[in-house]
Write a protein that binds this ligand. Structure first.
Ligand SMILES: [Zn+2]
Length: 400
């Protein structure tokens, strides 16, 4: 399905022996030292015990620690959420973490993925691929366009865009099976509808080629690819350019709504439709949901918890409603929506809001949910009527 995007968050990760292998490359040996290739990565050191009992050291910066969990970021931008009973020792160093540069990270990615993969560097991205080079280049071009559009959109609305602290990595797989094998390292079940995802843990995009190899000779992506790259790419930008923090529990309707606001593919041309156009798939899905007896507390449930989005049988309607809510708020009360976004971006790491807190915060910014709900349904019906008008009239109506 187009753009049923995945945002992957691992809670209380159990370190598996194989997941330690790439991390070991980053370790200081002995504990605080200089790692190969002359890169000085001295920082906090956390000793952890893996599932099979072996000890290993992770070198990075401790971002937060609770009675149950510890959150560590490593110089490659990966975050590790460790269960407290695995953590043996923590040595805190007062120096700030020095992230890897793209030139330092590229050889590490080559070593991790092996000789069948190559790494392409664009202005803001490292693209690791075993696809045709033309496909990887087309993806890098699309990601750069997205980066430019995303930063321009928010800069014009008064956001301070931070530079990405870590290199932005996208991994492209030639086949769906290779993608699914890679995804299975992070997910228990790989939903067959997902063409890509962004991982809060690795900070990477993982995508696969939708059309068979040989179809990208002109560097043109399929609409499915365009939609997925835009959607997942926005997740990555939101968590890297100073909007939201990973592992700070922002409401999923907001995270997904933000991505869907940018995902719009244009017809079947494989060209990206840009920012904030009406997302016809989501609009239709939302209106069918309304027609088929949308529950009265639908919006309240969406805001109070992430369950509707996470449950596969409810996901299509919940995603559509998240798009509709985002579109409605951005179009009708942009200033408050952006203030709300900034408020969420200030949450500390490992923060978790109760359903009551989420509802209270939403209502602080937008008023009673029931009133928002009534206006939302009215507004989306009006948008649907506008969409049925001839294009010239429609463009005038939407050119706001
Ligand atoms: Zn998503």
């Amino acid at each position: 399905m187009i753009g049923l995007g995945g945002l992957i968050q691992v809670r209380s990760m159990r370190i598996k022996p194989q997941s330690l292998l790439p991390l070991l490359l980053l370790l200081a040996a002995p504990a605080l030292g200089v790692v190969g290739r002359g890169v000085d990565l001295r920082a906090d050191v956390v000793s952890v015990r893996g599932e099979s009992g072996q000890l290993a050291e992770l070198c990075g910066k401790v971002l937060a620690q609770t009675a149950d969990e510890l959150l560590l970021v490593t110089p490659d931008g990966q975050m590790h959420l460790l269960a407290s009973d695995q953590v043996r020792q923590v040595q805190i160093d007062d120096r700030p973490l020095r992230p890897l540069t793209p030139a330092e990270l590229a050889p590490r990615l080559e070593a991790e993925f092996g000789p069948t993969f190559q790494v392409l560097q664009s202005r803001h991205y490292l693209v690791v691929y075993n696809t045709e080079r033309t496909y990887a280049q087309a993806t890098a071009t699309m990601l750069e366009r997205l980066y430019a559009a995303f930063t321009r959109y928010y800069r014009l609305r008064g956001f301070t865009i931070q530079r990405a602290r870590f290199p932005l990595v996208a991994v492209l797989f030639r086949t769906r099976d290779e993608f699914a094998d890679y995804a299975a390292r992070e997910l228990e079940v790989v939903d067959p509808r997902i063409n890509g995802y962004y991982s809060l843990e690795t900070n990477r995009l993982a995508l696969h080629q939708v059309l068979p190899p040989g179809r990208y000779t002109r560097g043109r992506l399929s609409p499915e690819n365009v939609s997925t790259i835009a959607h997942e790419g926005v997740h990555q930008l939101a968590f890297n350019l100073g909007f939201l923090k990973r592992f700070s529990d922002p409401p999923l309707w907001l995270v997904e709504g933000m991505a869907m606001f940018f995902e719009v593919p244009a017809g079947t041309t494989g060209r990206w439709g840009g920012v904030g156009a009406v997302n016809h798939n989501r609009l239709e899905q939302f209106l069918s949901y309304v027609q088929e007896g949308r529950p009265q507390d639908s919006l309240r449930q969406l805001i109070a918890s992430d369950d509707r989005i996470r449950q596969l049988d409810q996901a299509v309607a919940a995603y559509a409603e998240s798009w509709a809510l985002t579109y409605y708020l951005v179009r009708t009360q942009a200033r408050r929506y952006f203030e709300y976004l900034q408020h969420l971006g200030k949450k500390p790491y490992l923060w978790q809001g109760s359903p009551e807190e989420r509802v209270r915060e939403f209502e602080q910014f937008f008023g009673p949910i029931e009133a928002v709900d009534a206006e939302l349904v009215k507004y989306m019906k009006a948008i649907a009527r506008q969409q049925r008008k001839p294009r010239s009239v429609r463009d005038r109506l939407l050119a706001r």
